[in-house]
Design a protein around this ligand. Structure first.
Ligand SMILES: Nc1ncnc2c1ncn2[C@@H]1O[C@H](COP(=O)(O)OP(=O)(O)OP(=O)(O)O)[C@@H](O)[C@H]1O
Ligand SMILES: [Mg+2]
Length: 150
């Protein structure tokens, strides 16, 4: 069975990518995996400069990450629930890390056949032709990438 990976950041473009992925998925009878990557700045950057971050900050960071994971997971549920995917097999994943790295890693390790994503996300800079995450994924993806102009 073909496997399609659909990175979702919640933007309109990513929702349109999700709808397109469902259409393509139906043609190929593919399995669809929707993934959202959550990122928080790491503590490493402070230790690099010889600074010690207060424990309270670290504890707070863990709490923040937990909350973010919960919220992103709700967002993904809502987006997927609104799709008319019929009896296609659907998987939802929330990962932490750098979005492009995680998308490429997953597509490579789990041998996806195609990635469907938005041309843009939440930035509205018209001067950029394409969002930075999409640009990185296109540059290093192990499979074809379908970019949706949302
Ligand atoms: N954190 C994320 N998790 C999953 N998919 C993402 C994430 N961020 C972006 N994407 C995917 O990448 C597409 C393009 O978003 P991208 O972040 O590259 O552009 P942007 O937000 O407009 O610009 P930038 O983030 O470079 O300022 C989105 O439509 C979505 O498919
Ligand atoms: Mg973005």
């Amino acid at each position: 069975m073909k496997k399609i990976l659909i990175p979702i950041d919640g933007s309109k473009a990513s929702q349109q990518a999700a709808e397109k992925a469902v259409q393509v998925g139906k043609l190929l009878n593919a399995e669809l995996t929707f993934i959202t990557v959550v990122n928080l700045p790491s503590e490493d950057k402070y230790s690099y400069f010889g600074m010690t971050v207060e424990n309270a900050f670290i504890a707070n960071r863990k709490e923040m990450l937990k909350k973010l994971l919960q919220e992103e997971s709700k967002m993904l549920d809502i987006i997927v629930r609104n799709l008319e995917y019929g009896d296609l097999h659907i998987i939802k994943k929330i990962l932490t890390g750098k979005a492009a790295d995680e998308i490429i890693k997953l597509a490579t390790e789990e041998k996806y056949d195609m990635i469907v994503m938005g041309r843009r996300g939440f930035s509205n800079f018209e001067r950029f032709f394409i969002g930075s995450i999409t640009q990185k994924v296109i540059a290093s993806a192990p499979c074809p990438v379908m970019v949706i102009n949302g």
